[in-house]
Design a protein around this ligand. Structure first.
Ligand SMILES: Cc1ncc(COP(=O)(O)O)c(C=O)c1O
Length: 374
């Protein structure tokens, strides 16, 4: 499997979570789209692109059990989240409910909306390690109030890999009249996804993380009744012409990553998505349990609340260290790539498992951390 990727040899790549890694076959497909475009840009943009883009959207929509007309490509999950957050109208006193694990870029977008409108960001505190799903749901339920206009929910929390019970939380939110925006940056590919069944209003996802698409490929799904009030972050010719018309063209760009989504889905399907998910989950959990045993520290939560991402607390003697320096040192000295995140004053190493990983990759991280600890 490793040979199907162009990852540099000799490096243990345990951070699929941040940016993904694209297989050779999918990169080649994107290259073919680029060559087709450059052979006659005018013909491509005017005659080939519109239907090719919708065909790719149709493939992706089917994969997440959605209707093609409810799904549009965006650059990445951040862009999808911004499209919704910055389109909605808030008034002074309205509350936007998120959690302490919300991805920081999205928190910043919420803060900007609050600054502009007088709305207030309310954060439900998620305390690690969590012991069950209720520890993810109850803090949000407690903070849901009469003023909550919007709940912003990570499907899979970035620093930990914890899977939030989106359907249950969406049910509570909607019963109280709040709308729900889900940040599914990590979910497509890592979870079996039926987006409309979640009962949310908007769902932003990435294809370049766990769906094997080239970088710069995300999507925004909107339930039909929630499409009219949403516009892309960049307004262009399609303004007022409907949801997909507005998002499909936001100015000239390289469309190859969006168009290669079909090839990414082919790559995934050939491996059998449910086998890949089961394999990655087992690999991640086994590795995390071995790291936790060697370091004498806990996992962020039970294995059942995870897909292929999981966080383990670093040993006590490394807790005062700078996370960025640790990451840089692991890369330079030990050729191990891992995310280390400070959460509530403690440092956690987040590992990922993807089809190119083997158990020895995690041993490299384990031993490097033990060496630094001593
Ligand atoms: C929960 C969450 N949201 C958003 C993002 C940002 O993804 P992108 O840079 O592709 O927009 C990430 C990236 O790790 C994430 O974990």
């Amino acid at each position: 499997m490793r040979r199907r990727f162009i990852l540099e040899p000799g490096t243990a790549f345990l951070n699929h979570g941040s940016f993904g890694a694209t297989p050779r076959a999918v990169l080649a497909a994107a290259d073919r789209w680029r060559s087709r475009m450059e052979a006659n840009p005018d013909r491509f943009m005017r005659q080939v692109l519109p239907s090719a883009l919708r065909a790719a959207a149709t493939r992706l929509a089917r994969f997440v059990h959605a209707r093609e007309q409810d799904l549009a490509f965006v650059e990445n999950a951040t862009a999808g989240m911004n499209a919704v957050l910055r389109s909605l109208e808030f008034r002074r006193g309205d509350e936007i409910l998120a959690t302490t694990l919300t991805y920081n870029a999205v928190r910043q977008a919420i803060r900007e909306v609050c600054r502009r409108t007088g709305a207030k960001l309310v954060e439900a505190a998620i305390v690690l390690p969590v012991h069950d799903e209720a520890a993810l749901l109850a803090p949000l339920e407690r903070k849901l109030g009469k003023r909550t206009r919007l709940v912003v929910l990570d499907h899979i929390a970035s620093p930990t890999g914890l899977i939030f019970p989106v359907r249950r939380i969406a049910g509570l939110a909607r019963a109280r009249g709040a709308k729900v925006l889900v940040d599914g940056a990590h979910a497509p590919g890592q979870l079996a996804l039926d987006v409309p069944a979640l009962g949310v209003d908007w769902y932003a996802g990435n294809c370049h993380k766990w769906l094997f698409a080239p970088k710069g490929c995300g999507f925004l799904w909107a339930r039909r009744s929630a499409q009219g009030e949403i516009h892309p972050p960049v307004i262009s010719h399609g303004y007022g012409a409907g949801y997909t018309a507005e998002f499909d063209w936001t100015g000239t760009r390289d469309f190859s990553s969006w168009l290669a989504t079909s090839d990414a889905l082919d790559f995934f399907r050939r491996m059998n998505p449910s086998s890949v998910r089961a394999h990655n989950h087992r690999l991640a959990v086994d590795a995390a349990e071995r790291l936790a045993a060697a370091w004498g520290t806990p996992l962020d939560g039970p294995p059942g609340l995870h897909g292929s991402l999981i966080a383990v607390r670093l040993p006590q003697t490394l807790q005062h260290r700078d996370a960025r320096q640790l990451v840089a040192r692991l890369l330079a000295r030990d050729r191990a790539v891992v995310a280390i995140n400070p959460i509530d004053g403690a440092l956690w190493a987040r590992i990922s498992a993807q089809v190119y990983n083997v158990p020895g990759d995690y041993d490299r991280l384990r031993d490097a951390i033990l060496k630094m600890r001593d």
